[in-house]
Design a protein around this ligand. Structure first.
Ligand code: FAD
Length: 458
């Protein structure tokens, strides 16, 4: 690609689009970004609710690439484990990984704003806000935009087009109409609603700040992530229909009775519970998969546009950021040879996106139900023990996903192999009291390891 052709359009200046823009600009591309919303630097993201996300190892790597770790870290809160809130009000802390390992609560708006500000420092980046992509002519590489303020329409083209326009991507929509494009979307029967635990009167945290709080209640759950201002953003995940569900929560009495029954320790910390409940929407949870992610070596999908997942592993943004890291690595390797880059990316990445989609669905059951199950807790303890004893041979699934760069598909496969291992271990007699120095456990583990090695060499 000649230098004069190093032009790209990025649709969507959300988390992934803004980061991608920085990485493209660094590599000398002339980037035009079109974003449907207004410029958050002008309107501010603070007017609304404080929404946070859990950032983990894969996300941090991309943040490092953008050179903004220090800025983001300054307002990030380390969450070293899960704090379980039992029905009787008792608390139980479960560390996420080894000492020193944590996931980080970061502000979605703050992070997006920071990324947009950095993108705007490049002379070769032009940001266009209030520009909704309404029509896509894929073969011509032509995009139509409507100005949200004036209603005017305009057309732009570029040799490279990146669809980072989220789960309901206009670019993907156009690709869906092309032959041999696979697509699926699946909604959970659950919705979610954001609620708030404000800071205490003296501005402090009302609960432990270095934890992700969970109220697991079997079929549903409430979670809370800390914010730097002392508040917590809570999310209630609940079925749309059924006995305990959103369809039965319409009046003050119904809502308060439900919270009194299931989350009694949270009520005194939520003075605006009713107001929040009525004001904040009940939103849906979707998994979107598609393949291929590229069209004619000219158009590429990234982030939620190609793989929207449910939020229970805290990996949606992290995996979108990992898309950017991988794409940047391919640009490093292949220069501007986009046919090679797009083929490599589109070939390797969807299976990892598929795997994290599956893992996220599976983690919902773990968070809302299993975390309170003694068998599950025992497995966690034994897994941590095995990792301590054999750090190179055994890494718990959660750590592979959250604290490593191991491809998600590999982590999922390893997780399934670990399920088989634990089926045998947990069947051992008196294992609940006798797992630390248990020759039978050691023998099962060694046998499992050997059979894995054998498989690897076949
Ligand atoms: P988006 O953030 O959706 O950005 C897309 C952008 O494109 C938006 O700015 C939008 O305005 C713009 N756009 C859309 N259509 C058009 C158009 N036609 N024309 C122009 N612009 C357009 N992930 C984590 O890693 N950790 C978490 O803890 C976590 N928690 C979550 C909790 C919840 C409740 C939910 C729903 C998600 C969570 N996620 C989490 C997932 C994360 O929010 C997404 O994966 C991430 O926002 C995807 O970024 P994106 O840039 O691909 O898409």
């Amino acid at each position: 690609m000649a230098t004069s052709d190093k032009k790209a359009i990025v649709v969507g200046a959300g988390l992934v689009g803004a980061l991608l823009t920085i990485l493209l600009a660094r590599r000398g591309y002339q980037v035009e970004v079109f974003e449907r919303r207004g410029d958050m630097r002008g309107v501010g993201f603070k007017g609304g609710r404080s929404i946070n996300l859990a950032m983990s190892t894969r996300g941090w790597k991309a943040i490092d690439k953008a050179g903004i770790r220090k800025k983001i870290e300054a307002n990030a809160i380390a969450m070293k484990g899960r704090m379980m809130h039992n029905l009787d009000g008792s608390l139980n802390f479960q560390p996420y990984g080894k000492t020193g390992q944590a996931i980080y609560s970061v502000s979605r708006g703050g992070l997006n704003l920071e990324l947009i500000e950095i993108a705007d420092t490049f002379d070769n980046v032009q940001l266009h806000f209030h520009q909704k992509c309404t029509q896509v002519a894929l073969d011509e590489g032509e995009l139509h935009f409507e100005d949200g303020k004036t209603g005017a329409t305009n057309v732009h083209d570029a040799p490279l087009i990146f669809g980072a326009d989220g789960a309901f991507s206009a670019i993907r929509s156009a690709m869906q109409r092309k032959s041999r494009f696979n697509y699926s979307q699946h909604y959970l029967d659950y919705g979610y609603k954001e609620l708030t635990i404000p800071a205490s009167a003296n501005g402090g945290f009302q609960m432990e700040q270095h934890a992700l709080h969970i109220w697991p209640r079997g079929k549903f759950m409430l979670i809370a992530l800390p914010n730097p201002d002392g508040s917590f953003t809570c999310t209630l995940f609940l079925p749309y229909e059924g006995e305990d569900s959103f369809e039965h929560l319409h009046t003050d009495t119904e809502i308060l009775a439900f919270f009194q029954k299931y989350f009694p320790d949270a009520i005194p910390m939520m003075p605006d519970l009713l107001e929040d409940f009525y004001q904040n929407p009940t939103a849906s949870l979707v998994t979107i998969r598609c393949n291929p992610w590229q069209y004619q070596h000219r158009v590429l999908l990234l982030g939620d546009a190609s793989h929207a997942i449910v939020p229970f592993y805290g990996q949606g943004m992290n995996s979108g950021f990992e898309d950017c890291t991988i794409l940047d690595g391919l640009m490093e390797q292949h220069g501007a040879d986009w046919p090679t880059i797009m083929d490599a990316f589109s070939e390797s990445r969807p299976k990892d996106a598929d795997a994290i989609a599956d893992l996220a669905l599976r983690n919902f059951v773990e968070m809302r139900d299993l975390v309170a199950d003694p068998q599950f807790l025992l497995r966690k303890k034994i897994a941590a023990h095995l990792h301590q004893q054999h750090p190179d041979a055994f890494l718990p699934l959660y750590s592979m996903v959250t604290f490593s760069h191991i491809p998600y598909s590999q982590a999922l496969a390893e997780g399934k192999a670990q399920d088989q291992l634990f089926e045998q271990i947990l069947a051992l007699e008196n294992i609940e009291t006798n797992w630390q120095h248990n020759p039978k456990l050691d023998s099962i583990f060694q046998h499992w390891l050997a059979s894995k090695k054998q498989l690897a060499t076949v």
